[in-house]
Design a protein around this ligand. Structure first.
Ligand SMILES: NC(=O)c1ccc[n+]([C@@H]2O[C@H](COP(=O)([O-])OP(=O)(O)OC[C@H]3O[C@@H](n4cnc5c(N)ncnc54)[C@H](OP(=O)(O)O)[C@@H]3O)[C@@H](O)[C@H]2O)c1
Length: 322
């Protein structure tokens, strides 16, 4: 990557997109281009085509997506599959048509089967049934990986394209979505504990049994990994990937139960009441720990441990106005 490369970050106002911009700016990028959702609707084929042919970026980070937690995925399955398929198809196809050589697609660890062996390796993809609550979203994300692979398989030799995918574990950090029903577990719990503390409430109810185990990565660590993977020498990338299994997991390789997470947040937020679990709400997959050979081989290690990352995130949350 040269500092003058024209880089389009799709979804730059989101948690991941904004962290990628911070990382690119830290690395000295001088030519980042962005569009808000209202300026460019990525589900609109014509708008996306016009944008790419007008701007002709050198690199694309595809961090725009319809994203949400279990409740949102379960309530709006049509929105999750339709919008994500359209965004991916429009961006990847028009990136190719307009001459973009390098693209990084952001997926998610929910692409893996519900009962995949733990830790989940990249080759567990398409080896079993998906978790039903987020199946539509996962199918769209799998399509995104396969779009990148298919364009590479058909056009990498003739056009020199190199489209890669990263599958991050659960992320958290500044810029997260704190909607009480549509958000992921960390932002939802931060908001619940904070509001319970401010309102002197006696207990906080956590959705599900508290038993499922999850892995969490601070979003700035994901952003450094994304920029690193985008610019990784092709020979190294190719060592641990193949033309039909080309995605790379990004995680820390350590998980904890939702109950343990809730205890850590209760302490950071200094909430004095009780935690109770509502087992009538869905748990999702029992465990989702990912493993990445290439990630370990590259030697990238996260800079933020969970407690440190959560403290920064809570400080950031307190500055937000709802
Ligand atoms: N958050 C996680 O825990 C997590 C974990 C693993 C992977 N990821 C992946 O990381 C990527 C980004 O996630 P995130 O957490 O940063 O989500 P986010 O905070 O919701 O950001 C998504 C961004 O995409 C934009 N967007 C959505 N639909 C669009 C459209 N039709 N046209 C233009 N822009 C559109 C949104 O703009 P508006 O808000 O204006 O709609 C928003 O800025 C996703 O691919 C997700 O799968 C996230």
């Amino acid at each position: 990557m040269s500092k003058s490369d024209k880089i389009f970050v799709a979804g730059h106002r989101g948690m991941v997109g904004s962290a990628i911009i911070r990382e690119l700016e830290n690395k000295g990028s001088k030519n980042i281009i962005t569009r808000t959702h209202s300026e460019l609707d990525l589900t609109n084929q014509q708008q996306v085509q016009e944008f790419f042919f007008q701007e002709r970026p050198d690199q694309v980070y595809l961090a725009a997506a319809k994203v949400g937690g279990i409740f949102a995925n379960d309530t709006y399955p049509a929105d999750f599959i339709y919008q994500n398929l359209m965004i991916e198809a429009n961006v990847i196809h028009n990136a190719f048509k307009s001459g973009v050589k390098k693209l990084l697609f952001l997926g998610s660890s929910c692409i893996y089967p519900k009962l995949a062996d733990q830790p989940m390796r990249e080759d567990a993809l398409l080896s079993g049934y998906l978790e039903p609550t987020n199946e539509p979203y996962a199918v769209a994300k799998i399509a995104g990986i396969k779009l990148c692979e298919s364009y590479n398989r058909q056009y990498s030799k003739s056009y020199g394209i190199d489209y890669r995918s990263v599958m991050p574990t659960n992320l958290y950090g500044p810029g997260d979505n704190y909607h009480l029903e549509n958000s992921h577990v960390i932002p939802a719990l931060i908001r619940k504990f904070h509001e319970a503390k401010v309102n002197n409430e006696e207990r906080v109810t956590v959705w599900g049994s508290g038993k499922p185990k999850r892995e969490f990565l601070y979003v700035d660590d994901l952003a450094s990994a994304s920029v690193h993977v985008m610019n990784l020498d092709k020979a190294i990338y190719d060592q641990d990937t193949s033309s039909t299994c080309s995605h790379i997991n990004v995680g820390i390789g350590k998980d904890l139960s939702i109950a343990e997470l809730a205890k850590i947040l209760k302490k950071i937020i200094d909430f004095g009441g009780e935690i109770e679990f509502d087992s009538s709400k869905p748990d999702g997959s029992p465990r989702k720990l990912i493993y990445s050979t290439i990630f370990r081989n590259i030697g990238l290690t996260p800079k933020f441990n969970l407690e440190k990352g959560l403290e920064i995130t809570y400080e950031n949350f307190k500055n937000l106005i709802f």
